[in-house]
Design a protein around this ligand. Structure first.
Ligand code: 13P
Ligand code: SF4
Length: 299
């Protein structure tokens, strides 16, 4: 299968992008593997004719918004991020009416429709920097209350209003699961994704995006780590650090949407080109504004 994928990729001038949460065998054959921010930048820069995006819907959608002339395919169009939809109807308009200088800051884990109503997008690797840079005092942070509250703790000069959305996978990790791992591995620093609940972040030695967690463990002198994020990162952590040990909360966090990106599905979509991401042209134009602003601000 890997050889067939390689041949089709070359014949069709296709590029495969994969998130760190996808299955190991997909990360193995991908041309670029990264966190959401890195993959968005690559999607904008590539000169391939076809982008095969192994991730969840909002990632493929962002790639299409940034790159309308390319064919963006996903191995499984049903791979979704539940958090991307977690903003109640009318609440953005309500907040805008309440605060005249409001900036709606939209985590990239959101639908294109939500991006259309937002001022700027962020990812977990640049949210603090971008919110700090905004001239607005009042910020409505959607959809993730946990990333929003992590940002609020570091940008205390702003009034950050939280929205009641979260990642069900990260929110399911509890403080007692982390305590249990710490008891078994007392010398292991805890590395967490900011989508985790405050009780988990309070027990953490380092908080960052998937790429930040990977970089931290590569540069750290420690030989073992407790990792509070989706277990797909294990592939990169182990390949970068074959002599280090990585432990996860029990049960190991697993994002069902990400795991739909199987090798079979990648081969099939490259053969048939049948699972194409489409975005309505008006939506695309409006959603491009906050995405482009993110790329600009993050420079
Ligand atoms: P990263 O941007 O850190 O890779 O996170 C994406 C994501 O979906 C986290 O759940
Ligand atoms: Fe969405 Fe959570 Fe899966 Fe990330 S891990 S894609 S936030 S459901």
């Amino acid at each position: 299968m890997k050889n067939q994928i390689e041949q089709l990729k070359r014949a069709k001038n296709a590029v495969i992008l994969a998130h760190y949460y996808t299955p190991a065998e997909v990360q193995e054959i991908a041309d670029f593997v990264g966190d959401s921010f890195y993959l968005a930048k690559i999607a904008k820069q590539t000169d391939a004719d076809i982008i095969v995006f192994c991730g969840v819907q909002f990632m493929g959608e962002s790639a299409k918004i940034l790159n309308p002339d390319k064919k963006v395919l996903m191995p499984d169009l049903t791979a979704d991020c539940p958090m991307a939809h977690m903003v109640a109807d009318g609440i953005i308009e309500e907040m805008r009416a309440k605060y005249h200088d409001l900036a709606v800051v939209c985590y990239i884990n959101s639908t294109a429709e939500l991006k259309c109503k937002s001022d700027v997008c962020v990812t977990s690797s640049n949210a603090v920097k971008i919110v700090k840079t905004l001239p607005n005092k009042n910020i409505f942070f959607i959809p993730d209350r946990n990333l929003g509250s992590f940002v609020a703790k570091q940008v205390t000069e702003k009034n950050i209003i939280l929205n009641d959305g979260c990642c069900p996978i990260h929110a399911a990790i509890t403080g007692s699961q982390i305590e249990a791992e710490k008891e078994k591995h007392p010398n292991a620093p805890v590395l967490s994704h900011p989508e985790c609940e405050a009780e988990v972040l309070a027990l953490s030695d380092y908080i960052g995006s998937t790429a930040d967690i990977i970089a931290y463990s590569r540069n750290s002198q420690a030989s073992e780590f407790i990792v509070a994020t989706e277990d797909g990162v294990d592939y990169k952590l182990i390949s970068d650090n074959p002599n280090k040990r990585f432990y996860y909360p029990d049960p190991r966090p697993c994002c069902a949407g990400m795991k739909l990106n199987t090798l079979e599905a990648v081969l099939s979509v490259l053969e048939k080109e049948d699972k194409e991401i489409t975005v309505d042209e008006d939506v695309r134009h409006r959603a491009l504004i906050p995405l482009d602003r993110m790329l600009e601000f993050a420079k």
